[in-house]
Design a protein around this ligand. Structure first.
Ligand SMILES: [Cu+2]
Length: 508
């Protein structure tokens, strides 16, 4: 349980004092030595903002689920951990503005939490152990309850160690009651790099042991010039080294390419795809054979529709795209890990016919690839222009000798919480500037907010997870309207565990 997300000492403090605490208990980080100005998860201000968010008579969606070892072997083979008895876990579907009440039980042999990825929820329900709640001990229950204010495609997963890489994830779909819905049906597709039963804690330990040949990647003290002049960034600009883990296979909706998830449909139907990259280490190039994708939403928020052949998803990113089924037969849906040769496969079947083989490579994979630079938020979700009140700069780097990934030269440490290293005030317009000085890309994820990427020529997509390519600087603005303590980290789970995480602290 020690590690960048929670230190051993804080874990003991929290677990000792608050075992069995239920939702909204006002419990956290209110130790005597905290500076009084920090707005903690347990602060009355967090509850007050939730009160304001919650509408009179708001609908309540009640769910109950457990995280547990999966004894039946999954389609992808080998034992793993899961939410319920399937990978992915059962989807939760609700309406924007309604309340989710989730009775969660931890039947795993180690502590865990549930993080509701991308939702602008109340801080004490965000599921970051040692920051917003104590970890849920084995055998214990935690009741999550929060308003989900914004429609969109989300998912939920643990925020403890590399547990996500065991298959603990499920879609969370927040429907928009005001959306015309110009499609016939929906298809939710969860992409994952699959360890097939291997233990991600062992993987992380191996990464730490092996390092990467004693190379410093972009840290200040090396004096190395990491200018991109001579660097081959690959076709998507993610660099030649896109992941740290050697996965045996890739799954879509929990199923391997040899036994693919299959969706029955009819030719002529318009299908809204909700694509979620739940992978821990790999970005995917996603395409549907014989079809172009019209991408309509990024990380839940609407964008000006843009059509391409494939779309790139970093870990933690979600895209919605519409396709009109134009083929009779078995249509391959492919998620190829960037730079890889084998990938995930699902099938949309509109007629009988030969199923695609696991190695099918639709030409669309090599067609026009949509990336962050192609996306612009619709007017309705574009932040009004405003000069930032403060800018938070983050230098992304890695010390590969010890497999240590850093923000501003330091791996995450709990003192950053106590000191409130990155402060903001409610009502601020905040600018984030991510300067990647490493040769690997990092999908940077902010909890509790949706920022707006800023391009040279104006505002881009609203997102909570944005790919920062090697040697690139990405700028993104957000409204500080959700008080509390919010994790900001790389969504490569191994990078986050190796230190590439920090916390943005609301202060009074
Ligand atoms: Cu990273």
């Amino acid at each position: 349980m020690s590690g960048p997300f929670i230190t051993r000492r804080r874990f003991l403090v929290l677990a000792g004092g608050t075992a069995g605490a239920a939702a909204g208990g006002g419990l956290l980080l209110a130790s005597r030595d905290d500076p009084p100005s920090i707005v903690t998860a347990g602060s009355p201000r967090v509850a007050a903002v939730e009160q304001r968010r919650r509408r009179q008579g708001a609908a309540i969606t009640d769910v109950a689920f457990a995280a547990a070892p999966l004894t039946a072997s999954t389609a992808a083979g080998r034992q793993t951990w899961a939410y319920g008895d399937t990978v992915p876990g059962r989807e939760i579907r609700m309406r924007a503005g309604s309340v989710l009440r989730a009775a969660f039980t931890n039947d795993l042999p180690e502590p865990t939490t549930v993080h509701w990825h991308g939702i602008a929820l109340r801080n004490d329900m965000d599921g970051v152990p040692g920051v917003t709640q104590p970890p849920v001990a084995p055998g214990e229950r935690f009741d999550y309850e929060f308003t989900a204010p914004d429609p969109g495609t989300y998912f939920f997963h643990p925020h403890v160690g590399p547990q996500l890489d065991r298959g603990l994830y499920a879609p969370l779909i927040v429907e928009d009651p005001n959306e015309p819905g110009d499609y016939d049906r929906e298809l939710v597709l969860v992409l994952d790099d699959w360890l097939a039963g291997a233990d991600p804690d062992t993987v992380l330990a191996e990464l730490r042991d092996s390092g990467m040949g004693g190379m410093d990647m972009g840290s200040d003290d090396t004096g190395m010039d990491m200018g991109d002049g001579g660097m081959d960034m690959g076709p998507s600009g993610l660099g030649m080294d896109v992941g740290d883990v050697d996965y045996p296979t890739y799954v879509i909706n929990g199923r391997p390419p040899e036994d693919p998830f299959t969706f029955e449909a009819s030719r002529g139907e318009r299908i809204r795809l909700r694509i979620i990259n739940a992978g821990s280490d790999r970005p995917f190039r996603f395409a549907v054979g014989g079809h172009r994708l019209t991408v309509t939403h990024s990380d839940g928020f609407s964008i000006e529709p843009v059509t391409g052949d494939a779309v790139l998803l970093g870990m933690g990113e979600r895209y919605d795209a519409v396709i009109t089924l134009a083929v009779d037969g078995a249509i391959p849906v492919v998620a190829l890990p960037e730079g890889g040769t084998s990938g995930g496969l699902a099938v949309i079947r509109t007629a009988t016919g030969t199923a695609p083989t696991p190695d099918v490579r639709p030409a669309e994979l090599e067609g026009r690839l949509l990336t962050l630079a192609d996306l612009r938020a619709t007017e309705g979700v574009t932040l009004p222009p405003r000069t930032p009140d403060r800018t938070l700069d983050f230098r992304l780097a890695g010390d590969m000798d010890s497999y240590r990934w850093t923000l501003n030269g330091r791996p995450f440490h709990e003192s950053q919480l106590r000191n409130a290293d990155h402060q903001l005030r409610e009502g601020d317009r905040v600018r984030l500037r991510f300067e990647n000085r490493s040769p690997m890309f990092h999908p940077m994820h902010l909890h509790g907010h949706t920022f707006q990427v800023q391009h040279q020529d104006g505002p881009g997509a609203r997102k909570d997870t944005a790919i920062v390519r090697p040697m690139e600087t990405v700028t993104a603005d957000f409204e500080a309207d959700n008080p509390g303590q919010w994790a900001l980290h790389c969504h490569n789970i191994y990078h986050a565990e190796a230190g590439m995480m920090t916390v943005l602290s609301y202060v009074r």
